[in-house]
Design a protein around this ligand. Sequence first.
Ligand SMILES: [Zn+2]
Ligand SMILES: [Zn+2]
Length: 140
Amino acid sequence: MTDAAITGSCLCGGVRFELTELPTAAGYCHCTRCQKRTGTASSAQARVDARTFRLVQGEELVKGWRHPDGGFEKCFCRECGAHLFSRDPEGSPQMSIRMSAFDEDPGVRPMWHTFVDYAASWEPLPDDGLERYPENKARG
Ligand SMILES: [Zn+2]
Ligand SMILES: [Zn+2]
């Protein structure tokens, strides 16, 4: 029996996780770290409360990497390379899940673009009417 609201996984299926509540906020991050990390122009990610998150399978496959300058720990599958989530190494309940890691439609839609001052030169920001922030967006 599970009380999961939604499940997620990596590309090879070795890592599986679930959330007990659906995410209610999401956005695109255009920072240069996200560009390198994802191999794309931005990262679409949902913000969740880490207390609703449960790693169901593959803990030994989850590799966390932290930039030497700090920031959240970026977690991905060491087997297939799929990016999964990021979390606060200090243990706060703030957490982001990569939208592509969900196994089904999480319901929430991206509401903003952050770090647009660093957006890739080769992909114009979409004219989608979403909020834009030059750098980070204050967590609300
Ligand atoms: Zn994997
Ligand atoms: Zn970013």
